[in-house]
Design a protein around this ligand. Structure first.
Ligand SMILES: Cc1cc2nc3c(=O)[nH]c(=O)nc-3n(C[C@H](O)[C@H](O)[C@H](O)COP(=O)(O)O)c2cc1C
Length: 370
């Protein structure tokens, strides 16, 4: 009996299995508005049989976009564009859908990855970036502007406004993006935050703004909507943010009603020394789960069904996220179900598709269309 394919609840949100599709930027929005690409991309992922789909990093203000192609949720038009996509998907897939709310901080104003991904000057179409301190991400890059209290309040209010819009659209969960060297992670990490006020210095001070943002988002949506967080559990740099601080942060989040922790790593410094390899972040998730006790998502080079099964079966994490693997093979959960002798939900028109060798993968839980 596969544990990967057993249901799991995040608060009152019921997932049919433990497979999560993590947020992955598509850089295909226009002025923050979701496009037909999002309909095609998320439409196919919503037919994959995964337990939860988390929509890509969605900027709460235009200057919080990583690139000009990032999705946004800061206006009636961006809300309407995303609503159209989600409403279309809802007609055919009952998969719960979450949204990751984000601000890119000093890593904003960058080129699309396939155009080089470099920080852009204003002549190139870029914009001034904001961060806890006026420290560039890489030495050759332009320094961001250090946020003052007014700027921080404006960003917190933008997270709140975006959370309201996410609720209007009908997202079933919200993920606050505090990983990968973007704004909230920049507050956490001493490598990016050298403030001398109560938002810098000690770990408690560095956690203050991310916790305030989390609390504000949590307070904005009804309790049935889980609000989780994605963190970089370590900067992979000596003297940076690390697992011990992540545990303190996680405990503080738990007190504030955090629904889950999605455990990633890195992204705040070009000095990072990441030990890549299968499941390279799973040990971090296991510590977080053990010491904090919140629902925990492991992610990072989890590619094989047996590997995913072992992570949940051994109790290292409650859920596993498959990122690039899902883009490479959007039917990953079907194929995993076939390998592990389990069943998934799929749209009815596809029910005749599995070869005999796959077994009965679309069973009682195979009610894909509403
Ligand atoms: C194209 C692409 C876009 C991504 N965009 C985001 C994002 O919007 N937010 C985020 O937290 N992580 C993002 N990530 C990181 C993934 O969510 C995931 O953590 C990472 O790819 C490692 O998991 P994997 O080995 O299963 O792909 C992105 C990764 C890729 C490949």
């Amino acid at each position: 009996m596969s544990l990967l394919f057993t249901p799991y609840s995040i608060g009152s949100l019921e997932l049919r299995n433990r497979i999560v599709i993590p947020p992955m930027c598509q850089y295909s929005a226009c002025e923050g508005e979701a496009s037909d690409w999002h309909l095609i991309h998320y439409g196919q992922l919503a037919c994959s049989g995964a337990g939860l789909l988390i929509i890509e990093a969605t900027a709460v203000v235009p200057e919080g976009r990583i690139t000009p192609g990032d999705l946004g949720l800061w206006s009636d038009t961006t809300e309407a564009a995303l609503k159209r996509v989600i409403a279309a998907i809802r007609q055919y897939s009952p998969m719960p859908i979450a949204i990751q709310l984000a601000h890119a901080g000093r890593k904003a104003s960058s080129q699309l990855p396939w155009e080089g991904g470099q920080l852009m000057t204003e002549e190139q179409g870029g914009w001034p970036t904001l961060a806890p301190s006026s420290l560039p991400h890489a030495p050759h890059e332009a320094a961001p502007q250090a946020l003052d209290r007014e700027g921080m309040l404006r960003i917190k209010q933008a997270f709140v406004a975006a959370a309201k819009r996410a609720h209007n659209i009908g997202f079933e969960a919200i993920e606050v993006h505090a990983a990968h060297g973007y704004l909230l992670h920049e507050y956490l990490s001493p490598l990016a935050n050298i403030r001398s006020d109560e938002y810098g210095g000690t770990p408690e001070n560095r956690m203050r703004f991310p916790l305030e943002v989390f609390e504000a988002v949590r307070a904005t949506v009804p309790l049935e909507i889980p609000v989780g967080i994605r963190i970089s559990a370590t900067d992979w740099v000596e003297g940076g943010w690390d697992i011990e601080q992540s545990i303190r942060f996680g405990l503080a989040l738990k007190e504030r009603g955090c629904a889950y922790i999605h455990v990633s790593s890195g992204g705040v410094s070009p000095q990072q020394k990441i030990p890549p390899g299968p499941g390279y972040q799973v040990a971090l998730a296991a510590r977080i789960k053990r010491e904090i006790g919140l629902p925990t998502i492991a992610v990072g080079l989890i590619t094989e069904p047996e590997q995913a099964e072992a992570i949940v079966a051994s109790g290292q994490a409650d859920l596993v996220a498959i990122g690039r693997g899902m883009m490479y093979d959007p039917r990953w959960p079907w194929h995993a179900a076939a390998k592990l002798g389990a069943q998934v939900a799929a749209p009815r028109p596809y029910w005749r598709s599995p070869p005999q060798s796959a077994g009965k993968i679309f069973g009682d839980v195979g009610v894909g269309q509403r």
